[in-house]
Design a protein around this ligand. Structure first.
Ligand code: GLU
Length: 336
């Protein structure tokens, strides 16, 4: 690994499939429980091509599957990025090596809260580093190129996998095992990475780091509890009441498309709103908006727009950390 005095890109290790070693080169499934993980330094040392793309520094952060990444980790990661940007002003960008399971959530949180100008790219892989035909090395090399490139600046936090560059606001993990799992359903990728370099085709029009209402948040506030309740035929009030009993200040309803909970859930959600809990109506469908239809507005429910339930949860938690005002929360959902 090339580790220079003045690195261009800091590579922060969180673990995940990209850093994983399976029990054999054909272990594509059992490695989370039966394999091991390379440290970020070991990983970079095993990919000599890294030196041809960028001078890098390895920053160990976590070595876990992303199923174990929590909001407390998000805040610590954000503080780490702020510190590195301050201490190493020559850095052009950051690459965060992260498991794919919650990658889009970490990326969207950083997209809403970071206060640095450098490019931040999250990267993962679908096949462990040790697998035959692993996507790990090429995904990492692509992420390094994007993090270093001048044209990546000012586009918010980015996600790179499978030769594509996605906006953290829009991207969703859509497939358990396919290599092309990360898709931006309605809007498409921002760009691609080919052998002749990076090619961007569009920009995100919505606010993103560092110009957001959340960029000046303190380092480690306790985020208010927000739970997601998933609708299905016959769903009743059980999980809504459980969330309230656990102290939720917000509930995201992953409703039946086009964004409507069942009758029993509706009654429980209306009662939640009356007791001062913020309720956001999303849909369990993988794409499409939940618009501000009359019922939602009359009952004080916030339309979830085109956010997936897991991203709406992050925006609502950050919003509730700032205010209880329904009109402001609703405005942020429309704006972001
Ligand atoms: N790809 C998963 C992740 O998000 C699972 C890998 C693991 O648990 O090591 O990290």
């Amino acid at each position: 690994m090339q580790e220079t005095q003045s690195p261009e890109v800091a590579v922060i290790g969180c673990g995940g499939t990209l850093s994983s070693l399976g029990t054999s080169s054909l272990d594509l499934m059992d490695y989370p429980e039966h394999g091991s993980k390379l440290s970020i330094g070991e990983l970079l040392a095993r990919i000599p091509e890294v030196a041809t793309v960028a001078s890098v520094m390895a920053v160990p952060f976590r070595s876990v599957g992303s199923t174990n990444i929590t909001p407390a980790d998000w805040f610590e990661l954000r503080a780490t990025l702020h510190r590195l940007a301050r201490e190493q002003p020559q850095l052009k960008g950051f690459v965060i090596v992260h498991g794919t399971a919650t990658l889009e959530e970490t990326a969207f949180f950083l997209n809403l809260t970071l206060d640095i100008a450098q490019t931040v790219v999250l990267v993962g892989a679908q096949r462990p580093f040790s697998a035959v035909s692993s996507d790990a090395p090429m995904n990492l090399l692509g992420a390094l190129q994007v993090a270093k490139a001048r044209q990546s600046r000012g586009r918010g936090v980015l996600v790179v996998l499978n030769d594509e560059i996605h906006a953290s606001r829009d991207v969703v993990k859509t497939s358990t095992l396919r290599l092309n799992t990360f898709r931006s359903a309605e809007s498409g990728a921002l760009g691609v990475i080919d052998a002749d370099g990076i090619h961007f085709y569009r920009r995100v029009d919505r606010p993103h780091a560092p110009a957001t209402d959340f960029a000046d948040m303190p380092d480690a506030p306790a985020l208010p509890r927000v739970d997601i309740v998933y609708s299905y035929a016959g769903a009743d009030e059980t999980f809504i009441e459980a969330a309230i009993a656990k102290g939720a200040r917000g509930i995201v309803s992953a409703g039946l498309a086009p964004g409507i909970p069942t009758g029993a859930e509706k009654v429980a959600l209306e009662a939640a709103v009356r007791s001062g809990i913020a309720v956001v109506q999303c849909s369990r469908a993988p794409s499409g908006r939940v618009a501000g239809r009359r019922y939602l507005l009359e009952h004080g429910v916030i339309p979830g727009e085109d956010f997936s339930p897991q991203k709406a949860r992050i925006l609502l938690a950050l919003g509730l950390a700032r205010t209880d005002r329904l009109d402001q929360l609703r405005a942020w959902f429309k704006q972001y």
